[in-house]
Design a protein around this ligand. Structure first.
Ligand code: 5GP
Ligand code: MN
Length: 346
């Protein structure tokens, strides 16, 4: 984080503020971990702060300290709108375009507050007074750690902050295996463990909470997998009917998309999940090597994200979406073969 930005943040935090902290819609471990860690940090400085999430998040994140204080915009719109209107400072974490908060977007656009963005996605927009954006950092949680470090406050990292930050770093780095995991990441998590992060327990709480329904849904997803060896691609579909049959709960499909990449010779994996209520197909994309799913998702599926992990959506039917998807692959064939060549190379 550059010194000028640190100075501005310090100045802003040196006076009383009404602070709102916002993660992206459908928040994941990094979004909830970073917003709650920042919440605890600001509270520790004696400031008033609240996290507002556009919608609900998976049960496997609800153990996180401070989770019970999160205001859900969808469920409690009146309070959420009042808090946004009254806010003097709004932190937006783990996203960089206001469209990523969906129905909350117009209220954030109308807000008179000063904005601070902390994010690691590609192509940030410029709504914030302070934009701390770095696509080389594997998680927003690591960036919140950097912010606290730059503020000279590492000694203020409590158990709660350590547990929240550890969770987001763990989930966004695929448990420390993605290329974005650096020696600094390991130094940060080492310090977080020293400061009280319960690493084994966190891993259990996030990853070992399967229900029989979820495992059966995974079985269904894997059965549906289509492997297009020629294009080094594997994709999965889940229809609304299949989700209903397995009593789908938010978060149940988390991580399913990654199974495609465990196939030898596959470096592009996608999952298409039908959402009848929102009338969309929600899409998650993953790659290994140089093939940018961020660029691909932007071009074809109204989305974006990182080079190796991105999301998007389609307004076509499930079948039409996968037909369209398959039709796009021809022109990426050479890139995909090249990208696969990098898989596993040292
Ligand atoms: P996931 O597939 O796990 O939902 O998301 C992968 C990455 O892409 C995350 O960093 C997430 O924030 C981002 N992402 C997911 N959906 C969208 C989307 O619709 N638009 C954009 N710009 N990014 C997305
Ligand atoms: Mn993230």
């Amino acid at each position: 984080m550059n010194l000028e930005d640190v100075k501005v943040v310090k100045e802003l935090l040196s006076t009383p503020q009404h602070i709102v902290i916002v993660p992206h819609k459908n928040p994941d471990g990094d979004a909830i971990g970073s917003t709650l860690a920042l919440y605890h940090y600001l509270k520790g400085l004696g400031l008033e702060a609240v996290v507002i999430s556009q919608n609900d998040y998976p049960k496997f994140l609800k153990w996180m300290p401070g989770s019970e204080t999160i205001v859900n915009f969808e469920w409690d719109m009146t309070s959420a709108r009042t808090l946004i209107e009254k806010a003097t400072l709004i932190f937006t974490l783990d996203f960089n375009h206001l469209s990523r908060v969906d129905k909350m977007q117009p209220f954030l656009e109308e807000a008179s507050a000063t904005f601070i963005m902390i994010d690691h996605h590609q192509e940030p927009s410029d709504y914030a007074k302070v934009t701390y954006s770095d696509t080389n950092i594997g998680s927003t949680c690591e960036m919140v750690y950097n912010l606290i470090e730059a503020m000279g406050d590492l000694n203020k990292i409590s158990n709660d902050i350590a547990n929240c930050l550890y969770t987001g770093i763990m989930t966004d780095t695929g448990s420390f295996k993605f290329p974005s995991t650096t020696s600094k990441t390991h130094r940060v998590v080492a310090d977080l463990i020293d400061k009280g992060a319960k690493n084994t327990e966190i891993h259990n709480r996030v990853y070992d909470t399967n229900t029989p329904d979820r495992l059966h849904l995974l079985g269904c997803a894997l059965k549906n997998m289509v492997i297009l060896e020629e294009y080094r691609t594997a994709y999965i579909t889940l229809s609304q009917e299949e989700l209903d049959t397995h009593n789908f709960k938010k978060g149940d499909t988390e991580g399913f998309v990654n199974y495609g990449l465990t196939l030898k010779g596959i470096c592009f994996a996608v999952i298409f999940i039908e959402n009848k209520e929102e009338k969309i197909i929600k899409i998650s994309l993953r790659s290994e090597g140089n093939f940018s799913v961020n660029q691909y998702a932007r071009k074809h599926f109204q989305g974006g994200g990182h080079v190796n992990a991105a999301g998007g959506k389609s307004n076509l039917s499930l079948r039409e979406t996968t037909d369209y998807f398959e039709s796009t692959l021809v022109k990426y064939k050479d890139d995909l073969i090249l990208s696969c060549g990098q898989k596993g190379s040292l």
